[in-house]
Each structure stands twice: as C-alpha cells, then as structure tokens.
Design a protein around this ligand. Structure first.
Ligand SMILES: [Zn+2]
Length: 274
C-alpha cells in the first residue's frame, strides 16, 4: 500500500479520514441487484461491512507551490446518530499526518453533501482560520434553496456571511498545478480536482464513484446521485479517460487511502489500489 501520502511531480496528496460509515445496501444502492453486487465482493472485501456498504468520509490535503489545499472536510465532529454515535476524527488525523488546521490556505469543496462539509465551522468560527473556502455555485444554488432539508448548510452559509466563501463554476485554477473540473450528476455542481505537476497527473474524483464496483459498472448509481443518468454518463466518461491515460485517481469513499489506478483485466475494469 502507498500509505497516506503520495507525490505527483512536485505536489503531494495526503489522504485523510474523518469517520467510518456503513449503509444498508438497499439504502445506498436500491437499484443494484445484490447478486450482481456480490460478484465484486472478492475483489473489494474492504467495502463490505457487517450491515452493508462499508466506506468512510474521506478527504484529501494537497500541498502545491507552498499552498495547503484541503479538498472537502468530512462529516464533522458528531456524534452521528445514523452511525451508532460515532464521532469524526478529521482534525486529529490531519495533525498526525503533519497538516495543522492553521496551515490550510484553501478549502476546496467538490460538492456540498453533509459528509464533505462537516468540519467547516467550529461553533461560530471557521475551523480553518486562514483559509478561503470554495464551493460550486450550482450546489450552493441547489442546497441553499431548501435549507430546512439540508442542515449541512449550517456549515456553509455562515462562511458566506463572513465573506469567506468563493462560489466557483466548473474549471478554476487554485495553483498552476491544481485545477477543478466539472463532473456533474452526483450533485448539480459536483467537481473533481486535477493535480498536474512535473509530467504526472492525479484526479481527486470526489464522489464521482462511491463503491469500487462502479468502476466496472458506471451505470450503477447510488440513491445519493441527484441526477442518476447524468452521474452515470459522467462516471463512464471519466473512467474511460482514467483507463486510457493511466493516471492516479483518489476516491473519497473507496477503502483505505483511496489512491489507485483503473486497469482492464479479463474484460473487467478494476480499481487497483496503489
Ligand atoms: Zn460523499
């Protein structure tokens, strides 16, 4: 295993974990027949838990050109009722890997679901005191129009009121090595993050794909893909590119660090962890 840090040219990506999560299969993948999913169990045993789909609220820190960029902020401190009272551990995990909250210059959100914005605020203050926060405009518009149904926006709206939030659309440049890329479908504004340095590339895919079986079955959409048809089409396109180009990809919800490559083997597409 690669461990929690990889280099991409002159940049570094650090895998971070907030909290382990499990969901009953029928809740997460209501449209995927279980006997079909079972075919991938041997390949990805770590994605099977005792009550269903086992995953974690993962995020990444990128070090590039002297900047520290935190891609998503996990589910938050909790305790989380739907996880039998589990609590988030992101800040301790960051510190143990050499990333202090004060170091963070940019918080870059792939999208605004609850398991990606949870540590934005600590009480009335931003958890990352020196950071500017970036969120996709289309997600802001979508979730902000239904605040009662989206309590996670309590982690986002105050930042806007403080003038700390930048809304972005599609492709933006954070450093000359770190850019965003629109990968819509999971949410309207969902973006992935491309790290391109010294002739090497890595894609921090966000929630483009949740379970590694979807690498081979991009048409499988979880209940949380807001536009399943668009999410499937985006996933298919991105997987084609990753197979063809052989770049590293990092997936927030894949087991362990989530770093790997998509390869073809015996007519199947397989996520091969680094
Ligand atoms: Zn997620």
């Amino acid at each position: 295993m690669a461990g929690p840090k990889i280099t991409v040219g002159n940049a570094e990506i650090i895998s971070l974990t907030d909290v382990e999560m499990q969901f009953p299969w029928a809740t997460f993948f209501p449209n995927v027949p279980m006997h079909e999913m079972e075919k991938y169990r041997e390949l990805y045993p770590e994605s099977w838990g005792d009550i269903g789909f086992k995953t974690d609220a993962g995020c990444y820190a990128v070090r590039s050109e002297g900047k520290t960029i935190l891609v998503d902020t996990g589910l938050g401190p909790g305790p989380h009722e739907f996880l039998r009272g589990a609590t988030g551990n992101l800040i301790d995990d960051m510190k143990s890997k050499g990333v202090a909250p004060d170091d963070v210059d940019v918080v870059l959100h792939t999208h605004l679901h609850p398991d990606h914005v949870g540590w934005n605020m600590s009480g009335d203050a931003p958890t990352f005191p020196n950071a500017r926060y970036y969120a996709p405009q289309a997600d802001w518009d979508f979730f902000n129009s239904a605040l009662a149904a989206n309590p996670q926006m309590e982690q986002v709206v105050p930042l806007n009121e403080m003038g700390r939030l930048e809304l972005y659309d599609g492709e933006i440049t954070i450093t000359s090595e770190v850019t965003t890329l629109a990968t819509p479908g999971h949410t309207p504004g969902h973006c992935s993050v491309l790290v391109n340095s010294g002739g090497e590339k890595a894609l921090i895919a966000g929630d483009l794909t949740h379970h590694p079986a979807q690498v081979d079955r991009p048409e499988w959409s979880p209940a949380f893909d807001l536009d399943a048809a668009l999410a499937s089409a985006t996933r298919k396109k991105m997987m084609d590119g990753l197979v063809e180009e052989g770049h590293i990809a990092a997936f927030c919800h894949f087991p362990g660090e989530g770093f790997g490559r998509i390869v073809e083997s015996n007519g199947k597409r397989v996520f091969q962890a680094l």
